[in-house]
Ligand binder design. Structure first.
Ligand SMILES: [Zn+2]
Length: 437
C-alpha cells in the first residue's frame, strides 16, 4: 500500500499511455530507461517505433505483465520503480540484506546507506527497506524535463538520505525551485543552472554532480583525486539545478493549451520559429539573467538596440528588477546564506565570465584561472549584451565576492545532449574545487 501511495504522489494521476506512434519526452525517457536496465529500444529519438515496442514487450514478459508492448498505467507503475531508482522491499523470512542486494544487482553498502540505522542482524519480517537498483539515477542522455529532475531528486534523496533537499521558492506557474545541499561544513558556495530555458543541459550537469558527489561521500572514495569526505566536512555546496522550470518545460514539451499565458506566448514569440529553438525567457517573457538589481537600468537601456520592446524569447529584463519569482527566489536564497562564491551555469562558448563593470573581487581572477586550467574553458570579458543585471553581476556587486557565469558547451542553443559527457568532464573539477579554492 505504501508503495502504491508513493507512486501516485510521484506522478500525480496523469499517466499518458505510450504506444506505437507516440512521441515526446516521455517516450525518450522510457527508451533511455530501457537501455539503462538492459533492453534495446533502438535509437533514443522520442519516437515509439517497432523496436521500442519490442523492448517494452520484453520488459513486460520479464516482469510478469501482459506483453502488449504498450505502456499503460500498469506498465508505467513498474517503470516508475526503475525511474526513481529504488524499490521498497518488504522483508520475508530468511532474507538477508546481502541476498537482497544481490537480487537487485546492487551493493550491500548501497542498501545500508539508503537505510540508516538499520541493523542487518535484526531484520523483522514485514519491515520495509529501500533497495536502490544497481543503476544510476540521473538521466544524462535525454531531454531533462522538470518532472524528470523532480523524480531524480526524490530518487537521490532516498538513496542518500544524508543529503538535504528543499524548495527555495516557486516559479510563475507554481513549479518548485528545488535546492540540494551537499556537505555540512562552514564554507558555503552556490551553483545554479538553467536561468535560460534552452540551456537546460546545465540541470543534468548539476544533478549528475550531486549523484557522483553523494556516492563518493557514502563510499568514502575519491573523485579525480579529491577526498570527498574532506570536502563534505569543510564545506556546504548549495545547488539549484533549474532556476527556470516553466521555460524549460515550454522548450521541451511545447506550448500546452492550458497554459495561462497561451495567447500571450504566441504573440510574444514573433520570431516565426518554434519555442524549442528560440525561447530563453521565463513563462512571462522575461529574461531572468537580465532581471537582477545590478545595473538593471543599463540593461534596460540596451533593449532598443537589441531589438527588444517587451516580453519575448530573450533579453527583455522585465518591468522592474526582481519582478519575477524565480530571480527573487535566487536573491532571497543567497541572502539567507553566506556564499563565498557563486557559479551560474549557462551554455554556449566554453568560456568563464568573472568580472562585472570592472569590479574584480579579491581572488576572483586567480580562481577563474584555476577553473580555466581544469576545464580548458577560456577566461573572457563579458560581451555587450551580457554585461548587466545577471545573477553573477548582482552577487559581485552585492557581496564583493567571486561570482562566475560559466558557459558550458559549444554550438547553437539548445546544444545537443550528445555533448553531455564532454561538458561533464570539463566541469566536474570546477565543481569539486569551488568550495576549497
Ligand atoms: Zn544563458
Amino acid at each position: 500500500m505504501i508503495y502504491r501511495r508513493l507512486q501516485s504522489s510521484l506522478r500525480g494521476d496523469v499517466v499518458e499511455t505510450l504506444k506505437p506512434g507516440s512521441r515526446g519526452p516521455d517516450v525518450k525517457l522510457i527508451q533511455s530507461l530501457l537501455v539503462k536496465i538492459g533492453y534495446n529500444p533502438g535509437v533514443i529519438d522520442g519516437i515509439f517505433g517497432q523496436q521500442t515496442r519490442e523492448a517494452v514487450r520484453e520488459f513486460q514478459l520479464d516482469n510478469g505483465l501482459e506483453p502488449d508492448g504498450v505502456v499503460g498505467p500498469i506498465t508505467w507503475n513498474d517503470f516508475e520503480r526503475f525511474l526513481r531508482g529504488y524499490d521498497i522491499y518488504t522483508i520475508r523470512p530468511g532474507d538477508t540484506l546481502y541476498n537482497i542486494s544481490r537480487r537487485y544487482y546492487t551493493t550491500l553498502n548501497a542498501v545500508l546507506t539508503a537505510n540508516p540505522g538499520i541493523d542487518p542482524l535484526r531484520l523483522r519480517v514485514g519491515q520495509t527497506v529501500i533497495v536502490p537498483y544497481g543503476i544510476d539515477v540521473v538521466f544524462t542522455d535525454i531531454d531533462y524535463t522538470y518532472e524528470i529532475m523532480e523524480r531524480n531528486i526524490k530518487g537521490l534523496k532516498a538513496r542518500y538520505p544524508f543529503i538535504e533537499t528543499g524548495i527555495a521558492g516557486k516559479s510563475v506557474l507554481g513549479k518548485n525551485l528545488y535546492y540540494i545541499r551537499l556537505g555540512n561544513g562552514p564554507t558555503e558556495v552556490f551553483y545554479n543552472g538553467a536561468h535560460h530555458s534552452l540551456e537546460w543541459i546545465t540541470s543534468p550537469l548539476l544533478m549528475k554532480f550531486i549523484e557522483n558527489f553523494s556516492r563518493g561521500y557514502s563510499s568514502n572514495s575519491r573523485i579525480r583525486g579529491y577526498n570527498i569526505r574532506d570536502i563534505w566536512n569543510r564545506s556546504s555546496i548549495f545547488i539549484m539545478p533549474m532556476v527556470n522550470p516553466d521555460g524549460v518545460d515550454l522548450v521541451l514539451s511545447g506550448l500546452k493549451r492550458d497554459n495561462p499565458y497561451y495567447d500571450s506566448l504566441l504573440a510574444w514569440n514573433d520570431t516565426g520559429l518554434p519555442f524549442s529553438q528560440v525561447w530563453q525567457a521565463n513563462i512571462r517573457g522575461v529574461d531572468l539573467n537580465r532581471n537582477y538589481p545590478a545595473s538593471w537600468e543599463e540593461a534596460k537601456a540596451q533593449e532598443p538596440f537589441l531589438g527588444v520592446n517587451g516580453p519575448g524569447p530573450t533579453r527583455y529584463g522585465g518591468p522592474r528588477p526582481l519582478s519575477e519569482p524565480e530571480t527573487q527566489t535566487v536573491v532571497d536564497f543567497t541572502r539567507r546564506h553566506n556564499f563565498r562564491l557563486v557559479i551560474a551555469y549557462h551554455t554556449q562558448g566554453r568560456v568563464i565570465y568573472w568580472m562585472y563593470k570592472g569590479i574584480a573581487p579579491p581572488g576572483a581572477l586567480q580562481i577563474a584561472r584555476i577553473f580555466s586550467s581544469v576545464s580548458g574553458y577560456a577566461i573572457s570579458e563579458v560581451p555587450f549584451e551580457a554585461a548587466y543585471a545577471g545573477c553573477k553581476d548582482w552577487f559581485i556587486e552585492q557581496y564583493g565576492r567571486p561570482g562566475y557565469t560559466i558557459e558550458a558547451g559549444i554550438g547553437r542553443n539548445p546544444i545537443s545532449i550528445l555533448q553531455f559527457d564532454t561538458i561533464y568532464r570539463a566541469n566536474e573539477e570546477i565543481m569539486l574545487l569551488a568550495p576549497i579554492v
